[in-house]
Design a protein around this ligand. Structure first.
Ligand SMILES: Cc1cc2nc3c(=O)[nH]c(=O)nc-3n(C[C@H](O)[C@H](O)[C@H](O)COP(=O)(O)OP(=O)(O)OC[C@H]3O[C@@H](n4cnc5c(N)ncnc54)[C@H](O)[C@@H]3O)c2cc1C
Length: 273
């Protein structure tokens, strides 16, 4: 932000110029999806991994034994290297006994619970919108934190009859929206949507989807925290690597980049053994 603010006397213009000059690869967007649902990506990955995949097994601890790593669930698995791709609070629990310092640092990554409220409207009831959505600041004093103009954002959801909008609620340290019953939440958000967009029509369908403890919070100093976690785990349990949304970004593209990065580190580790 400091670098971004140096170009122009107007902060907004300066940040806009900075972003324009980043030459971000449009083929590498912040958010990705798949027209047939994200499950398709997981299924394709499973096909590509030529190995034994165990599903639906909760890992309860990971320990060092005889110079190898033992992953404990309903069975025990012995391994030379492990990549944990789970939420920070789960990793903190699993590593509590064997890597106490790493576990403490991981437990310091906070999570926000959130919910999506999806509205479907008749196309005729909604004005054209040129964009993929908008964010709503905390000082607006609304429950809505973001609105995704889903049928504009994802080409496969664009159609001639229906407009889909997805409102997000839930902030770290604020459970007001999450504490509401579905019907109350929908009514409240219909009002907020009217304020934010002018849409006053009744939706033809609504759906509330709740995601407890799903959004890791990248607080000030997060980068240093991540470096410290990775240094600590390398010293407490050589061969253990951590990847996924708690570390380098929440979008799938960031998670995939981090996964590839950590997989390379694991490979190097194995080659040096
Ligand atoms: C509601 C929602 C919508 C999103 N939409 C998008 C989107 O459209 N596009 C986009 O790019 N990003 C999106 N994101 C972000 C993205 O989906 C996540 O950041 C990403 O999936 C995180 O990947 P991950 O591998 O780190 O963890 P996860 O996908 O959370 O996977 C972790 C897995 O570990 C398992 N697990 C946890 N503890 C244990 C244990 N003890 N033993 C065994 N398994 C365990 C969990 O069950 C889970 O399956 C969305 C996120 C949310 C919450």
């Amino acid at each position: 932000m400091f670098n971004a603010s140096q170009g122009d006397s107007s902060l907004v213009k300066s940040v806009q110029n900075f972003l324009r000059n980043q030459n971000r690869d449009p083929a590498s967007p912040v958010f990705l999806t798949h027209p047939d649902g994200l499950e398709t990506v997981v299924k394709r990955l499973e096909q590509a991994i030529d190995s034994d995949i165990r599903r639906n097994e909760r890992v309860t601890s990971v320990e060092i034994s005889d110079n190898s790593i033992v992953v404990k669930g309903s069975q025990e698995y012995q391994s030379d290297a492990v990549i944990l791709c789970i939420p920070a609070f789960s990793a903190a629990k699993i590593l509590h006994g064997s890597c106490p310092n790493t576990s403490n640092l991981l437990a310091g990554i906070q999570y926000a619970s959130m919910a999506f409220i999806t509205f479907a409207f008749n196309k005729g009831d909604v004005s054209e919108f040129n964009g993929s959505g908008f964010l709503v600041g905390r000082d607006e004093d609304l429950l809505t934190t973001a609105c995704s103009w889903t049928s504009e954002k994802w080409a496969h959801l664009k159609n001639n009859d229906t407009v889909f909008l997805r409102l997000s609620v839930g902030r770290f340290d604020d459970t007001e929206a999450l504490d509401m019953e579905d019907d109350t939440l929908i009514e409240k958000l219909k009002g907020e949507l009217a304020t934010l967009t002018g849409i006053k029509a009744n939706p033809i369908a609504t759906r509330v989807t709740r995601w407890p403890y799903s959004f890791p919070q990248y607080e000030l100093g997060h980068g240093e925290k991540v470096n410290a976690i990775r240094q600590q785990v390398a010293s407490e349990m050589p061969g253990m690597f951590l990847a996924g949304s708690p570390f380098k970004g929440i979008g799938l593209s960031a998670c995939i980049r981090d996964g590839i990065d950590q997989a390379r580190k694991a490979k190097n580790f194995l080659m040096q053994r």
